[in-house]
Structure formats: structure tokens, C-alpha cells
Design a protein. Structure first.
Length: 461
């Protein structure tokens, strides 16, 4: 009887415990919210997902990844900040040139010095400096972002279209005025005559919603040695020589449109559109702030979902037909030195899981994780680490070698690294608005430049 009573009590206790646990919620798995721009290529996203999988396996933390198109990232992030619910980690290709400096100044970004300082030696020159931003709230500069990859300006040319026009690569002039005249006054009419099609010599990005348009235009002002700010971020636009260079750059940039040497739709192009025009062989050449144009054909050549004929066409275009080059010499005869945009990600001060967010960023920046991600973009991005730049990947073909050589010749930073308010000007795209004044409103380059300078002083002065 005594044993039976004990057994009955034990069953009752066990049942009570079972009811208690059934009523209690299961312990939730720790989560990390990550927002990331959608990759240009599947291999880019695959590499990111693999790094996330490894991080989850190492930490037991569940990463909730959301990916958005580049044009949606800033509006979505701003909305999340305004509502007080930002992701723990966020990255977009446009953060660096359009918002990171502003967010840092407003005190919205977490200081990442504790994770970046120990790895500073791993970064190549003029890379991590872009993440060193000023916080007006903290009254100091610090690492309020993390560098991930970088890009610079390249020229892509259809070699077969050039040949059909009766020219070869060695015929392309290396001097400034002659170079742009060559595509407009020689190649275009010769190609149209030979092909019977209405092809254009140049693809000139000019849309107000295009980052390509201001990145290309700023390369033109670099050709004229224009310095808009000094090293302390103070404006130099009142210097008559600065205005003279801006006018000359704007005239050179808009002349091909006025002469009918770039498609009429150039003024409304968004970022993918000069790529599309080139892929469709609407233009013989275009300038682009990555080699994504050539890389698209490489991806076609290895894409198992395409037909053998499509893969062969991709291989031929990448290996034989498309040329990757740089700009000609500057108008003064010196060699171009290109500006590099270092792409940065951020952790917000209002992020809910900042400790794990920093752990994730540190993990991603380890070479064994970062290098596959950067190379997964097939040459579209260049590494920010010295080890990544030494990878055999960058010697594998003539397109990647061209990118490598341009970076090894040295690069210069954007104005926003010295005066963050230039991110506002880039976001407004005052540069493309000046182009529109010339080609759509009939203004002189001088008048359009005056308006542009006034706006620069109003925003960044």
C-alpha cells in the first residue's frame, strides 16, 4: 500500500510538471536581423549565404536575412530608423556615397572601433579611411561603418563593333579631346554605315536617378584636376579655376548627347540601363563604375540553366569580344588617377542585438569568408584587404587584370570622406541635374555650373 501511494504521488508530480512545461513557452533561439542588398550574381548571394550558415553553426544564433534591390535599401532603412526598428546589421552598395556620413553625424551609427582597430593592418591603403566618420553627437571621428569591398571607373568596349567600323584597339587615341571625338565623329558614323543599324558611339549615363551618372561625371572633373574640398572638408568652389574646370567637364560630358552620339534615353537611364544598352549592342562603348558588364557575359558562360549556344556566346563575348580599359590621359596630358568608392555596412545605435551584430561583422571580415563573397561578384568588386588583392583570381583573365592594374596604380577618395554633406549632394544628384539643364533646358554649361555651385555651397558650406 505504501509503495502504491508513493507511485501514485510520483505519477501525479510528473503529470503536474508536464502540464507546467506544456504551458510554458519553449526557449526562443537567439536571432540576428540582417538586411543586405541583393547580389548582382547568384554566386555573390551564395557566398553570403554560406558565410551566414557557418556563423549560425559556430554561434547557434539564427540569422534572419532580408535582401532588397539596391534602389530599395535606403528608403527601407530610413523607414526602419524612423520607426525605431532598424536591423542589427545592414549593407547596401549605396550607403557609402549617399547616407553613411549623414547617419554617423546624426549619431545613428554604432562605433565599431573595438572590432576594426585590431584588424586595421589587414586593410589596403585608402580603404578603411572611408569608414572613419564624424559624429556631431559624439563630437569625434571614429569607425562608424565597416569596409567590405570597393569599385572604380572602367570603360567597356565591343571589340567586334569597333572592328566592324573599320578600327582596332590600337587606333583608339590616348589623349582626352581626341578620345571622345573618336567614338562620336569616327566610330559612330563608320559603324552605322557598315552595319546599317542606328548604333551609338558612346553610352553616357545621365539620369538623375543613376549613381552611374554622378560617378562618371566626377571622373570627368578629376580629369580636369578639380578639387571641390580641401583635406579638412572646406569648400573650394569659389576658386575661379574650380569653376573653370567644372564648366569644362560639364561641356565635355554633355557634348556627346548634343551631337547625337549617345542614345536619347541616356537622360532617363537608371543604373542598369547603360549596361542593357551595351548588352544589346546599342552602344559601342560605355563607362561604368564596375566591370559588371563584362562579368555578365562570364556568368552566362558558366550558367548551367542556359543552352550550350548561350553559354558559348557568353564565353566568346567575355574572352574575345569585350574590352576592359581605362580613361584616356587627362586634358593636361597626365595619367588619370581614379577615385575609389569603398562600400560600407553599418550597425545602428538602435539595433537590438549589437553584441552579436559586431560578432557577425568580425566573422564576415575574416579573409576566408570575405574573399569568397567579393570574388563571388565575378570581378564587379575589388577587395579592400591586402590578402584579397593578392588572390590569383585577379590574374585569371584580362578583364580582372585591368581592374587590378587600375587599383594598383593608386586611387583617390570621394569628397564625402572629407565632408559628409556631399552624400546629400550625391543623393540629390546635383551633377546629373546640371547635365539636364544643358541638354534638356538649353542652358549653357556656365549657367548650369553656377546653379550647381550655389547648391553645393547651400548644402555643404
Amino acid at each position: 500500500m505504501k509503495f502504491k501511494a508513493i507511485r501514485t504521488l510520483a505519477v501525479a508530480v510528473a503529470a503536474a510538471i508536464g502540464v507546467m512545461y506544456a504551458a510554458a513557452p519553449a526557449m526562443a533561439q537567439e536571432k540576428l536581423t540582417v538586411w543586405w542588398v541583393k547580389g548582382f550574381y547568384k554566386s555573390e548571394d551564395d557566398a553570403l549565404n554560406e558565410a551566414i550558415r557557418k556563423f549560425e553553426a559556430k554561434t547557434g544564433v539564427k540569422v534572419e536575412l532580408s535582401q532588397y534591390a539596391v534602389q530599395d535599401m535606403i528608403p527601407k532603412t530610413v523607414a526602419a530608423l524612423d520607426s525605431g526598428t532598424p536591423p542589427d546589421v545592414a549593407y547596401a552598395d549605396s550607403y557609402d556615397v549617399q547616407v553613411a556620413g549623414k547617419w554617423a553625424s546624426e549619431g545613428k551609427l554604432e562605433d565599431l572601433s573595438d572590432i576594426l582597430n585590431p584588424m586595421k593592418a589587414a586593410f589596403a591603403p585608402t580603404t578603411i579611411e572611408t569608414a572613419y566618420l564624424y559624429s556631431d553627437k559624439a563630437k569625434k571621428k571614429s569607425y562608424y561603418a565597416f569596409p567590405l569591398k570597393q569599385q572604380t571607373m572602367h570603360v567597356q568596349i565591343w571589340g567586334d563593333m569597333l572592328e566592324q567600323a573599320g578600327f582596332k584597339q590600337s587606333d583608339i587615341p590616348d589623349t582626352w579631346k581626341e578620345y571622345w571625338s573618336f567614338w562620336c565623329d569616327k566610330v559612330q558614323p563608320a559603324y552605322r554605315k557598315a552595319s546599317g543599324s542606328r548604333g551609338f558611339g558612346i553610352g553616357m549615363p545621365m539620369g538623375v536617378e543613376s549613381t552611374d551618372s554622378f560617378q562618371s561625371f566626377l571622373t570627368f572633373i578629376d580629369a580636369y584636376n578639380v578639387k571641390l574640398v580641401d583635406d579638412d572638408g572646406k569648400l573650394l568652389v569659389d576658386d575661379p579655376k574650380v569653376k573653370e574646370g567644372l564648366v569644362a567637364a560639364l561641356k565635355d560630358y554633355t557634348d556627346p548627347y548634343i551631337k547625337g552620339c549617345t542614345p536619347p534615353s541616356s537622360t532617363t537611364w537608371k543604373d542598369p540601363d547603360n549596361n542593357v544598352a551595351f548588352h544589346n549592342k546599342t552602344t559601342v562603348m560605355t563607362h561604368n563604375f564596375t566591370i559588371s558588364i563584362a562579368a555578365k557575359w562570364y556568368e552566362d558562360s558558366i550558367n548551367p540553366t542556359l543552352t550550350p549556344e548561350q553559354r558559348a556566346a557568353g564565353k566568346k563575348a567575355y574572352e574575345e569580344l569585350i574590352l576592359t580599359t581605362g580613361f584616356p590621359k587627362k586634358p593636361d596630358g597626365t595619367t588619370m588617377k581614379y577615385r575609389a568608392a569603398i562600400k560600407v555596412g553599418v550597425i545602428f545605435t538602435d539595433s537590438k542585438n549589437k553584441a552579436r551584430a559586431k560578432e557577425f561583422v568580425s566573422f564576415l571580415l575574416q579573409e576566408e569568408n570575405l574573399q569568397p563573397y567579393v570574388e563571388g561578384a565575378l570581378g564587379r568588386w575589388f577587395p579592400v584587404t591586402t590578402a584579397g588583392q593578392k588572390s590569383p583570381f585577379w590574374q585569371a583573365d584580362r578583364h580582372r587584370k585591368a581592374v587590378y592594374n587600375q587599383f594598383m596604380d593608386g586611387t583617390v577618395p570621394f569628397e564625402f570622406t572629407k565632408n559628409y554633406k556631399f552624400t546629400v549632394l550625391n543623393n540629390e544628384n546635383v551633377w546629373a541635374k546640371a547635365m539636364s539643364r544643358v541638354v534638356n533646358d538649353g542652358w549653357t554649361p556656365e549657367k548650369a555650373t553656377d546653379e550647381m555651385i550655389a547648391r553645393i555651397k547651400q548644402v555643404a558650406g
